[in-house]
Design a protein around this ligand. Structure first.
Ligand SMILES: NC(=O)C1=CN([C@@H]2O[C@H](COP(=O)(O)OP(=O)(O)OC[C@H]3O[C@@H](n4cnc5c(N)ncnc54)[C@H](O)[C@@H]3O)[C@@H](O)[C@H]2O)[C@@H](O)CC1
Ligand SMILES: Nc1ncnc2c1ncn2[C@@H]1O[C@H](COP(=O)(O)OP(=O)(O)O)[C@@H](O)[C@H]1O
Length: 598
């Protein structure tokens, strides 16, 4: 089944505010506090989702026609069939009402219930009751409306032991709707729920159908992006209600959510709603992060300028430790990526065994021996920025030069990028209770210090297990920033970026980049892109930011995997597999010229 990603044009380049589940519950409460009815909100949600599903179906058919070389306009010829899988919370309530509205619109509907007893389907009393304590919940009201309209339903449990019967009884649907769990998921799906999620995914795959999740794919934790044991609905489209959830875009989120379409429901801009939010404590409703899918555009260069106008990056890394082969490539990748952003001058302080390689692959760069401490410190005085740590080595000698170069950078008020082995040394200095840690924290309040760990490095910095960092990446990046000061990236799918100075803090999620970038050296490229941008003082402050660098890095990776090349009259799709860090500088340069910026 072709994904819809190429068909939907809903994407904008504007940053999108992201929220936790708790915040979304608070938004609902603020809305209800104004006298709005919760069941009214559920009906609105379901009605708008039903409309959206109609459109998705039309686009799916159109796409199938185009794929089959039938260029004629989409003509609906078949019965439209939908299978709606409901759990017994409010997410399931949404599902029942979507089923109801689609049936009213002429769809053939089947609801698959999970976790319901036979007696749950007795629908004697649909009407409101005066006794509030026994009033039906919204989800029960929704079920009763659907059953009163004779929506066909099957209990998933009834078919568990007889898979063939299940296959016979289940509808061959074009669209499968997941309304098992939404933001209320609070533990790993087990037993019947685990089986249902597995069966849902299998049915979608076998029938080349479209999987649409209501609010959040079931199994995905909306506040963190965690999926327990890979048990979650694999959605092609997620219809996100009320506000965009943080977990849809980081960690496992992107793999399970597919395209995310917003159904906002609550008119945030109304004054009365804002007042109601204030009574809920407005600060608590500030977005937890902003999703970025585009970079800011750059100001043009002045004609009357020279290399000195665009900064001097000093890359410090690329060491050989104990006679090993060494890590010269890390410094080369970082330096060539910095160059690709347009920085005026580069010097690489690396082990002298690599000077020849650097001059061959990057003749534009100057070199100095990494261990020439006085020489390097002298260069730090004149450089615009230092990027330190890529292939620096982890031995005591490397630790000593790390300390002296970072101290020299602080003494000369230089911005810094610290990556890889530099982060390793920071963690060890923190364990030693070394002064450098508190000095750096202090320094970073007024100066740019960018620290760029992946979750393994972050775990080391926080003295935690990698699994603990991964369980709550947002908490981990905040803890890094509190402990060490500075601006941070927590790299990985949906990289998190935290920028802070005295008085303010911003958090971003990088909505670009791809799994092809999960290869050695990509982090070195990011350190170079960051240093290269930060060095160019002719750029406006916003352009010289860590989040800008992270987005450009991701866009460059996306450009590479989406490109095609020609060979013997055949078009080669490049794709994710085999993407190499050394391909990135050219793509970084390409991205910097394009009009895909906000
Ligand atoms: N009327 C309303 O307030 C509205 C609610 N909305 C929907 O309501 C959803 C949230 O509803 P709920 O708070 O009821 O939460 P859910 O429907 O996500 O599910 C909560 C229920 O599932 C149980 N549960 C959680 N994890 C489980 C697991 N792993 N295995 C088995 N049971 C598990 C919980 O104990 C709880 O009973 C939203 O995602 C959205 O779809 C929307 O319709 C907007 C309006
Ligand atoms: N699945 C992915 N999706 C998006 N970006 C990714 C993915 N995997 C890796 N990347 C990006 O590639 C870079 C890899 O960095 P890192 O792990 O430090 O590599 P290395 O240490 O080998 O240089 C990071 O910027 C990361 O965010």
């Amino acid at each position: 089944m072709p994904k819809l990603s190429n068909l939907l044009n809903e994407k904008t380049n504007l940053p999108v505010a992201l929220y936790s589940s708790e915040q979304v519950y608070a938004m609902e409460q603020a809305w209800f506090a104004q006298g709005h009815d919760s069941f009214g909100l559920m009906k609105q949600a379901a009605w708008q989702m039903a409309q959206q599903i109609e459109q998705l179906y039309a686009r799916k058919c159109l796409h199938t026609n185009v794929s089959n070389n039938n260029q004629s306009n989409y003509v609906e010829t078949q019965e439209r069939r939908v299978s709606v899988w409901v759990g017994n919370g409010n997410n399931g309530g949404d599902g029942w009402l979507v089923a109801y509205y689609l049936q009213q619109a002429g769809w053939r509907v089947q609801v698959i219930t999970v976790g319901f007893a036979h007696c749950d389907f007795e629908i004697n009393d649909v009407t409101e009751t005066a006794d509030v304590s026994s009033a039906p919940t919204d989800a029960i009201k929704a079920l009763k409306i659907a059953l009163s309209a004779d929506c066909n339903y099957q209990r998933f449990e009834d078919h568990l032991n007889e898979l063939n019967n299940y296959r016979k009884a289940s509808l061959q649907a074009d669209i499968y709707i997941d309304a098992l769990f939404g933001i209320g998921l609070n533990r790993a799906p087990e037993g019947i729920y685990k089986q249902a999620i597995h069966a849902f995914n299998q049915s979608v795959r076998q029938k080349y159908a479209l999987a649409v999740a209501v609010d959040v794919p079931s199994g995905l934790v909306a506040s963190t992006g965690e999926v327990f044991d890979q048990i979650a609905i694999l959605a092609d489209v997620t219809l996100c209600l009320i506000a965009r959830k943080f977990g849809l875009h980081t960690k496992d989120g992107a793999d399970y959510s597919g395209e995310v379409l917003d159904i906002p429901l609550i008119p945030y801009e109304t004054v009365s709603y804002r007042q109601s939010c204030q009574s809920q404590d407005m600060n608590k409703l500030a977005p937890v992060a902003m999703l970025l899918t585009a970079a800011h555009s750059f100001n043009a260069r002045r004609q009357n300028s020279y290399k000195g106008s665009y900064g001097h990056v000093l890359v410090i890394g690329g060491n050989r430790v104990n006679g090993s082969q060494g890590m010269g490539g890390a410094a080369i990748l970082s330096a060539s990526s910095a160059m690709a952003t347009g920085t005026g001058k580069i010097t690489v302080a690396c082990h002298d065994a690599f000077h020849g390689a650097i001059l061959t692959s990057l003749p534009d760069a100057m070199t100095i021996d990494l261990h020439d401490v006085e020489g390097v410190k002298h260069l730090i005085e004149s450089a615009s920025i230092i990027a330190i740590g890529m292939g620096l080595g982890r031995d005591e000698k490397a630790k000593a030069i790390f300390i002296s170069y970072v101290e020299a950078a602080m003494a000369n008020e230089k911005p810094m990028v610290i990556d890889a082995d530099g982060l390793y040394h920071l963690a060890s200095l923190q364990a030693d209770n070394h002064n450098l840690i508190s000095e750096l924290r202090e320094y970073s309040m007024e100066h740019q210090v960018c620290l760029t760990p992946h979750s393994g490095e972050a775990a080391n910095l926080l003295n935690k297990k990698i699994s603990e960092v991964e369980r709550d990446r947002l908490a981990a990046i905040k803890q890094c920033a509190e402990t060490y000061g500075g601006d941070w990236v927590l790299k990985g799918a949906g990289s998190l970026v935290l920028e802070q100075r005295s008085g303010w803090k911003n958090i971003y999620v990088c909505g670009v980049g791809n799994a092809g970038m999960a290869t050695a050296g990509m982090g070195d490229v990011l350190s170079g892109v960051t240093a290269g941008l930060l060095a160019q003082q002719d750029l406006e402050a916003e352009m010289r930011s860590l989040h800008q660098a992270v987005v450009i890095h991701g866009l460059a990776g996306d450009t590479l995997v989406n490109q095609t090349s020609s060979c013997d009259k055949r078009t080669l799709l490049v794709g994710q597999r085999g993407l190499q860090a050394q391909d990135m500088p050219a793509a970084v340069r390409h991205v910097m010229q394009l009009g895909i910026f906000t």
